[in-house]
Design a protein around this ligand. Structure first.
Ligand code: TYC
Length: 116
């Protein structure tokens, strides 16, 4: 049976459903992968090699041999990648490394490379 009010309700309902669907699928709302950020270690003349190896083992979960290779690479080239993490984790690691190095009186510098 024809029922204008019911038709109006159905239209409203389907419109709002459409809006919800369209909001969820606009590019901004599509689930994004967390942005990955590189944590870089920088060479300096004062931080002992063993200390940098320790940092790579304890903060970046590297095995001793790999940690030693990365440290030497940083020592020779000036900069190297400690690890790649979602931004907040990368920021926390850089903060903790600076605090720990500072407590030990070493000037070890650790920065984030935001480009993916
Ligand atoms: N260049 C330092 C030395 O000869 C070692 C070092 C390596 C320091 C890597 C910092 O990120 C660094 N003792």
């Amino acid at each position: 049976m024809f029922h204008p009010f019911k038709i109006l309700c159905d239209e409203r309902r389907s419109n709002s459903e459409f809006e919800e669907t369209s909001v969820l699928t606009t590019p901004k709302e599509v689930l994004k992968e967390p942005l990955l950020v590189k944590v870089l270690l920088h060479n300096d003349d004062y931080t002992p090699m063993d200390f940098v190896v320790e940092i790579l083992e304890n903060f970046f979960n590297k095995q001793k041999e790999e940690a030693h290779d990365i440290m030497l690479d940083v020592h020779n080239k000036g900069v190297g990648i400690g690890g790649v993490y979602p931004r907040e984790i990368a920021e926390t690691k850089a903060d903790l490394i600076h605090k720990y190095a500072h407590e030990c009186d070493y000037p070890l510098k650790c920065t984030l490379d935001e480009q993916s």
